[in-house]
Design a protein around this ligand. Structure first.
Ligand code: ATP
Length: 514
């Protein structure tokens, strides 16, 4: 555990040191669970957003984009169920005065059992070597089978109690599992209460006539209320999707995990409108498609898993998370939800306006069903950043810190380095930048010895360093150094664009989804 915590601390400090993520309003001691993205963070975030948008909107001829406002008519949130049901169960520890999400306390307890299973697997793997059969081991090792049964029964009970809003049983479960406050060790708990996560605000200058508003807790509702606008003006035929990226706000009870759980964050959501009755098929298709998108980034198949929901939200008839192995364990990265006709049906009811589609194939009107994919951009940022940060032991007994970001997402694609600050080498380097900057984000660096500059770019995640030396003046060639392998080759300046393109183009990466 201590090791995991150390790794996570390194991630946070590296993100700050290299201009990726800063605490919001740091000079005033910060604002809890609110973060700012620095000069490199903003580029990485933009690249992730574009990677998603390209895959979702531009490569699918039946999906279009939208940019709805953050403020929405307050009835939206009654219709969506957020006013009544967007709650988290909270529990306080009477001794430490610390507040927790009751479901998260139980889930963390379960994660510890899962860690034990993983340890047993690793031990057995070592013992049996090449003969190890993981599936068989998981099914037959009595200790592991017992652990797994424990996990299943705890999650089932939690799911059922939350579904029935039986908060007394949630507290009972915490007591039965003997869960202590992680800060103080105390087991002196209050009752579990529901807490609404929406931020309220007001619209209008006059106190009497001002309207109560909410900051949107998800981007999805902007899509639902525009369903007919887009369908009609775009002449969209079902099945079709509307995608949107944008800020969402949640007054999270506990927000202690850096940009994993923020109070202001960004979502990338897509609502796919389908014929009623086809939702199972589309649910499976979108689960598969989204997993392929993640895997295309090459961050390791073992780092992802699906988690099917026991407790379904009020709008869903099926739901799964794509979980990622963050430095603090497997946690939700993206949700795939089969939302039925709940949202459009409910907006019809509350607005009194028909939100139906005339299906020429079936020759009838209906309220479409909806399949949703919803991913947090900041969470994806954390997944990419934490997975990429590595410390490597080199042959000369030194370590190098390297941020092995997928090249397609890296903020800076190449650093151009004159070997020395004289003899006309800086001019040649600037000339290369002038040419490359139209296609890629590139940077110039002439300070310190070239070895130190390489390390600086490694830690920054830059896939290529291009060094201009005296030979360049004779034959127009440069050295290109690859971040991950540290290999260097001599290439013509005229070939640089093609070499970098091949490594960083979205086409190269997204074709891996096929
Ligand atoms: P969790 O169980 O972690 O609170 P959720 O199930 O409430 O998440 P959804 O409502 O399905 O999350 O939101 C979709 C996605 O938005 C999540 O998969 C996550 O990536 C992201 N997300 C949700 N809440 C936050 C937050 N507070 N900070 C950052 N990202 C978030």
């Amino acid at each position: 555990m201590a090791k995991q915590e150390d790794i996570f601390k390194k991630v946070i400090s590296h993100a700050k040191e290299y201009g990726y993520v800063f605490q919001s309003s740091e000079i005033y001691d910060g604002l809890s669970a609110v973060y700012d993205y620095g000069q490199n963070g903003v580029e990485l975030k933009k690249n992730i957003r574009e990677y998603w948008w390209k895959a979702m909107v531009q490569l699918n001829d039946n999906i279009v984009g939208l940019d709805a406002a953050i403020f929405m008519h307050p009835t939206t949130w009654k219709a969506s169920g957020h006013v009544d049901a967007f709650n988290d169960p909270l529990i306080d520890n009477k001794d430490s005065k610390k507040r927790y999400r009751a479901d998260v306390l139980v889930e963390d307890y379960v994660a510890k059992i899962e860690n034990k299973i993983e340890k047993e697997v690793k031990k057995a793997q070592k013992r049996f070597g090449d003969n190890f059969n993981k599936t068989q081991f998981l099914a037959t090792n009595q200790r592991v089978v017992d652990y797994q049964e424990q996990v299943t029964s705890i999650l089932k009970r939690l799911g059922q109690s939350l579904e029935k809003e039986d908060l007394v049983d949630v507290k009972k479960l915490i007591e039965e599992l003997d869960i202590a406050c992680p800060m103080s060790g105390s087991k002196n708990w209050t009752d579990v209460k529901q807490f609404n996560l929406m931020f309220g605000t007001k619209l209008g200058a006059n106190a009497e006539t001002a309207m109560d508003l909410y900051l949107r807790p998800e981007t999805a509702q902007g899509i639902f209320v525009n369903f007919l606008n887009v369908q009609k003006t775009g002449r969209m035929k079902i099945p079709f999707g509307i995608a949107q990226t944008g800020k969402a706000f949640r007054n999270e009870i506990v927000a202690r995990q850096f940009i994993f759980r923020m109070r202001e964050f960004e979502q990338m959501e897509m609502q796919f409108f389908i014929q009623p009755g086809t939702q199972k098929e589309w649910y499976e298709k979108w689960k598969e498609n989204r997993m392929k998108w993640h895997l295309s980034l090459g961050m390791g198949e073992d780092n992802y898993r699906f988690h099917d929901h026991e407790k379904l939200a009020h709008y869903a008839d099926a739901a799964a998370d794509i979980e990622f192995r963050f430095p603090f364990g497997f946690k939700e990265l993206e949700g795939i939800h089969s939302r039925t006709d709940f949202d459009l049906g409910s907006h019809e009811e509350f607005s009194g306006k028909k939100l139906q589609y005339f299906d020429p194939e079936l020759n009838k009107n209906y309220v479409p069903y909806v399949l949703e994919t919803s991913i947090g951009l900041d969470r994806m940022f954390l997944a990419v950043f934490s997975n990429s940060l590595q410390e490597e032991e080199l042959e000369n007994n030194t370590t190098r810190t390297v941020l092995k970001l997928p090249a397609v997402l890296a903020p800076t694609k190449a650093a151009i380095l004159p070997l020395v600050k004289k003899d006309g080498l800086p001019d040649i380097a600037h000339g290369i930048i002038e040419d490359l900057k139209w296609d890629f984000n590139v940077t110039y660096d002439e300070k310190d010895a070239v070895g130190r500059r390489y390390r600086r770019q490694d830690a920054n995640g830059t896939p290529f360093c291009i060094t201009v030396d005296h030979q360049t003046k004779e034959d127009n060639t440069v050295t290109i150094r690859h971040r991950d392998s540290m290999e260097q080759e001599r290439v013509a300046i005229a070939d640089l664009k093609a070499i970098i393109s091949k490594a960083v183009d979205m086409r190269t990466w997204l074709l891996k989804m096929k």
